[in-house]
Design a protein around this ligand. Structure first.
Ligand SMILES: Nc1ncnc2c1ncn2[C@@H]1O[C@H](COP(=O)(O)OP(=O)(O)OP(=O)(O)O)[C@@H](O)[C@H]1O
Length: 270
């Protein structure tokens, strides 16, 4: 298996046998999360499949971000949080995993691009350096490959030492995606990654997700129904902390089993 320590420039990320049905990457069973007295997630039973894009949709406050942040243990940074039930990542208990190890495989991209106050190069090299990679040639290779995968290389290759803050919002978001990719994650969690972007940048990030899913599993929270329909393989509809329906995206949008899903995806509430 490729890790940061045995990374070689010629090493391919992973070979995925597409003939087999996708494996479960996350499995949550009877998962409950409370913020103090607020019961944010109620008995969530969901299996997220490898090398797919899974969209999480639902009205504001229904628990989408909480679910995403439970998957990389960010939710627990809040001391008022209490969790019950089980959550597995690749078949192992993620709620008791080493957080650093989990996060080296499960990257996160936020709604608002959050580059570090560093150069474009240093933003992308940050994670690999944290993992002990020092050789310039290897770092150069990782930076170039990550920026290429994030469809940003051509736009920044002549200004790698310039500040990341000099990039446009859409470029900053793709830089944050490149930064996540530099540590070769298995999963990218994306919390409304395009809601602060213009349509052209949104389109670039959506195209990117479609490319990335060959190597990376993507779970995306979105308020944009067209986006969920365009980019995801499977969609989970959350309401008041519960999963109302989870199915192939086409079925959620064309033949939902629940009237609530039908009403939500057709803009009748939320
Ligand atoms: N840090 C927090 N402290 C207390 N309650 C919180 C906290 N974060 C979220 N909540 C509550 O948990 C519930 C779920 O919130 P969450 O942010 O997961 O919803 P969401 O579906 O992502 O909403 P949005 O679409 O508006 O981002 C809400 O009732 C919210 O008020």
């Amino acid at each position: 298996m490729t890790t940061l320590t045995n990374y070689r420039p010629t090493t391919r990320l992973r070979v995925v046998a597409r003939t087999e049905s996708p494996a479960a990457i996350f499995k949550t069973e009877e998962l409950n999360v409370w913020y103090g007295k607020t019961h944010a997630l109620k008995n969530i039973n969901l299996t997220i499949l490898e090398n797919e894009v899974t969209a999480i949709i639902g009205p504001s406050g229904c628990g989408k971000s909480t679910y995403l942040k439970t998957l990389n243990r960010m939710v627990e940074t809040n001391p008022a949080v209490r969790i019950s039930g089980t959550a597995q990542f690749k078949g192992t208990d993620l709620l008791n995993a080493t957080v650093e190890r989990l996060r080296s495989e499960v990257g996160m991209v936020f709604q608002k691009p959050n580059p570090f106050p560093k150069s474009i190069y240093d933003n992308v090299a940050y994670g690999p350096r944290l993992h002990g990679i020092r050789k310039k040639a290897i770092l150069n290779e990782i930076v170039e490959n990550s920026l290429k995968k994030a469809a940003l290389w051509d736009e920044v290759k002549d200004r790698l030492s310039s500040s990341a803050f000099g990039l446009s919002g859409g470029q900053q978001q793709r830089l944050c995606i490149a930064r996540s990719l530099a540590i070769e994650p298995t999963v990218l969690l994306m919390d409304e990654p395009t809601s602060a972007l213009d349509p052209v940048s949104t389109n670039k990030v959506e195209e990117l997700m479609n490319e990335l899913k060959k190597d990376v599993t993507i779970v995306i929270v979105t308020h944009n129904m067209q986006q969920a329909a365009r980019i995801s393989d499977r969609t989970a509809f959350f309401l008041h902390g519960e999963v109302v329906e989870y199915a192939q995206t086409e079925s959620i949008f064309k033949q939902p089993s629940s009237q609530l899903t039908d009403d939500y995806v057709n803009g009748r509430f939320g």
